[in-house]
Design a protein around this ligand. Structure first.
Ligand code: NDP
Length: 288
């Protein structure tokens, strides 16, 4: 490779997540001195192997910062009423400050009913409509973890975001929409690109900041980017390669880094920030 080529700087999500976890641990110690011991309840329904890995990681990290975790496992065939009863019990338990139901839940259970059964003050995922509405209106709420983590990475990389043009690719309730809201609050001009957008690459080429949350492996390549753009790749996609399965983002990292100014790798970018902000939200819920 030509050594004179200018490569994008990697945005180190692991290092930043370690800082966020240290902050959370310090807050846990402060609360403990006041007799408050933050606790996170994690509810897992069924046997999805990926969900089991996510839950294990969350519980492990919680322990590392001194947050007690309460694990509730329900069989895949449990009824919606049984799950709602567990949530009601955790809502009523004053020793539990955060409740997370690992998504997706089995198809026979209404996901929205589950999300809205959680007490909004314990909704550490930030998915409850009360928190979503508060976020849009600029109130201090428990905000969704992945977009919060992305914002922290952007602030660390760009400093003041005011006046920058950000393009968010994807408009899901858990990533795209709250991400766009947070960028707007940071005084960016925000465009949201989705599956019906006309000439998405051209819109994206106008962006100082690109946040990709699509779920399509390596869809965004160098031709979508303005030189020097800061790229946050939320995507986590498992692909098969001749060397075996591997994780890749929604951005074609190898080509994008030849044009971008800075970029998050996958893995090691946004992923660790999501767990860190889940625990930060748990501490915040306990503090309140
Ligand atoms: P969703 O499937 O809910 O949303 C995908 C979005 O991408 C939709 O809004 C869809 O548009 C849009 N889209 C699909 N195809 C195109 C296209 N060709 N051009 C433009 N937009 C398109 O996904 P999520 O938001 O839940 O997740 C996105 C990715 O982020 C996934 O890879 C997921 O695994 C990952 N993720 C990673 C996390 C982390 O911690 N790093 C946390 C959460 C998610 P439309 O609305 O029009 O259908």
């Amino acid at each position: 490779m030509n050594s004179s080529l200018k490569m994008a700087r990697d945005i180190d999500g692991k290092a930043m997540a370690a800082i966020v976890l240290d902050e959370a641990a310090a807050q846990v110690r402060e609360l403990a001195a006041q007799g408050i011991h933050p606790a996170l309840a994690v509810v897992l329904v069924g046997d999805d192997p990926a969900s089991h890995v996510y839950v294990r990681n969350k519980i492990l990290r919680a322990g590392e910062v001194g947050i007690r975790s309460v694990e509730r496992r329900l069989p895949a065939e449990c009824s919606e009423a049984q799950l709602l009863a567990v949530i009601a019990e955790l809502n009523a338990d004053p020793s539990v400050h955060g409740i997370l139901v690992q998504l997706p839940v089995p198809a026979h259970i209404n996901e929205q009913a589950v999300i809205h059964a959680i007490d909004p003050r314990k909704d550490v995922d930030g998915f409850h409509r009360e928190n979503v509405g508060g976020l849009v209106q600029g109130h201090e709420v428990l905000a969704p973890c992945t977009p919060s983590g992305c914002m922290r990475l952007l602030e660390q990389t760009c400093g003041d975001l005011s006046g920058k043009h950000a393009v968010v690719i994807g408009r899901s309730n858990i990533v795209g929409k709250p991400m766009a809201t947070l960028l707007l609050q940071a005084h960016c001009s925000v465009s949201i690109v989705h599956s019906r957008s006309v000439d998405a690459p051209a819109l994206c080429r106008l962006a100082d900041i690109v946040v990709a949350a699509v779920g399509k492996p390596r869809m965004i390549d160098a031709s979508w980017l303005k030189p020097g753009a800061v790229v946050i790749d939320v995507g986590i996609n498992r692909i098969d390669t001749p060397q075996g399965p591997r994780l890749v983002g929604d951005v074609d990292y190898d080509s994008a880094r030849l044009v971008a100014g800075a970029i998050t790798p996958v893995p090691g970018g946004v992923g660790p920030m999501t767990i860190a902000y889940l625990l930060k939200n748990t501490v915040e819920a306990a503090r309140r």
